[in-house]
Design a protein around this ligand. Structure first.
Ligand code: RNT
Ligand code: ZN
Length: 421
């Protein structure tokens, strides 16, 4: 157990050190507390859902067989509760159509708000909001890797219904929980080999997406749509219908959000550089904070350079008001609750490190061409005692400090997860 007194003593020293460079640690903690993460439910059960749990496909894959996967709504909410109790602050949980809870035999295009009452009741109990994702994968109606852009009308119509229902569900979340539910659209559509026609699938996708939006008009207070592109996936290497430019333009022209998944770009591309290219024109962003290793591998988020660049850009350029920060990873080689906690806490730590900087001074140096100061100070900041501020933040939020949280996960694993067979 980390001693309360040593946390506070270390914090006082850190507070002094930061004050010397004009940084207010109390202010930084206040700002950090306002950053709500959208914690993805699918890390808990390897993206299977409850509707018709099949193997994941359509370019997505989960590897590993760590014991204790959640198999039912009760197990998944219990695991989520455990994870949320170890992450400081109040957050949101992101769902997918496949997490509908119903006794009736329903297909993916049939689930509606009534099948998410379980989740709304649970979210009310937890005091959190819910985000939504229509599920456009792992279903026999994905024909030859195509859904909303398929040349077959019956295929498109099926998925249009899924999209329409997802909006109704998200609107229900917003209404019931009193906070906007972001409804994210990602579709796997694409070709393994070189297409002859690159235009027609995109035109069909536009028509399908427009049809989904035209079905209902919802108050933006309750829900807004967001669109997530991708570079490629395994089996869909040559052409992705919903590319980044496609959704960037779709979001702009429909006044919706653009989703940037950190794993969906070329490995040398800096995703944080895109925020300030989109936001001066667009309504807002949704992020899927993820970690790609060589490709869109959806590894658990850690404090690496890519994450630091994301959080620094959002903080330094004051973009948090227009950005929804969600997580998206799925690793089945480690305890799944621990995965959530590591990824969420790493994201928060990285935000804190970004907040603990003399941002205006650095901007002034930059604007007066003093690149020497900029270089020296940003480099020095990396070894400032931000960890002591993080520990104090955890202590004040009544969550375990340091690796003490793992002791709790181990207990939970022994008493709950490992008892599942
Ligand atoms: C897939 C996208 C998408 C999914 C989730 C499960 O490449 O990142 O966001 O990971 O919807
Ligand atoms: Zn994603």
């Amino acid at each position: 157990m980390v001693k309360e007194q040593s946390i506070q003593e270390a914090y006082e020293v850190a507070k002094q050190r930061y004050a010397e460079i004009g940084v207010d640690t109390e202010e930084a903690m206040k700002k950090l507390a306002e950053i709500k993460l959208s914690v993805h439910c699918w890390q808990g059960d390897d993206v299977r859902g409850f509707l018709n749990p099949t193997e994941l496909g359509d370019g997505l894959s989960v590897t590993g067989n760590y014991p204790g996967r959640a198999r039912t709504p009760e197990e998944l909410t219990s695991d989520l509760h455990e994870a949320l109790s170890l992450i400081p602050g109040k957050h949101k949980v992101a769902l997918h159509s496949i997490y509908a809870v119903t006794d009736k035999k329903k297909d993916l295009d049939e689930v509606g708000p009534e099948d998410f009452k379980f989740w709304v009741d649970w979210a009310k109990k937890e005091g959190i909001g819910l985000d939504m994702n229509g599920t456009f994968f792992s279903h026999p109606m994905v024909r030859e890797n195509l859904t909303l852009s398929s040349p077959d009308k019956d295929v498109r119509d099926f998925w249009i219904k899924v999209g329409i229902q997802s909006r109704r569900i998200a609107n229900y979340f917003g209404q019931e929980l009193g906070q906007q539910s972001v409804n994210n659209f990602w579709i796997p559509d694409g070709y393994k080999d070189n297409p002859v026609d690159k235009l027609a699938p995109r035109q069909r996708l536009i028509e399908s997406l427009d049809e989904i939006l035209a079905a209902d008009e919802f108050d933006e207070k309750n829900t807004i749509e967001s669109y997530e592109g991708k570079l490629f996936a395994t089996g869909i290497e040559s052409y992705t219908v919903g590319s980044h430019e496609f959704y960037d333009n779709y979001a702009l022209t429909r006044n919706k959000l653009w989703t940037i998944d950190a794993g969906h770009f070329h490995p040398t591309e800096d995703v944080s550089d895109k925020f300030t290219s989109f936001l001066p024109f667009g309504k807002g962003l949704m992020l899927h904070v993820s970690r790609s290793v060589r490709w869109d591998s959806d590894h658990v988020v850690i404090m690496d350079d890519a994450l630091a660049r994301i959080t620094r850009s959002l903080v330094r350029d004051n973009l948090l008001d227009k950005t929804n920060v969600g997580l998206d990873f799925f690793d089945a080689t480690v305890n799944r609750v621990a995965a959530w906690v590591v990824g969420a806490r790493a994201t928060q730590k990285s935000f804190l490190q970004a907040l603990l900087a003399p941002i205006q001074d650095l901007k002034d140096a930059e604007n007066s061409y003093d690149y020497t100061t900029r270089l020296v100070e940003t480099e020095e900041l990396k070894s400032f005692p931000f960890g002591a501020v993080w520990d104090e933040f955890c202590r004040r939020n009544n969550v375990p400090v340091g690796t003490d949280w793992l002791t709790e996960v181990r207990q939970y694993e022994k008493n709950v997860q490992l008892k599942r067979d």
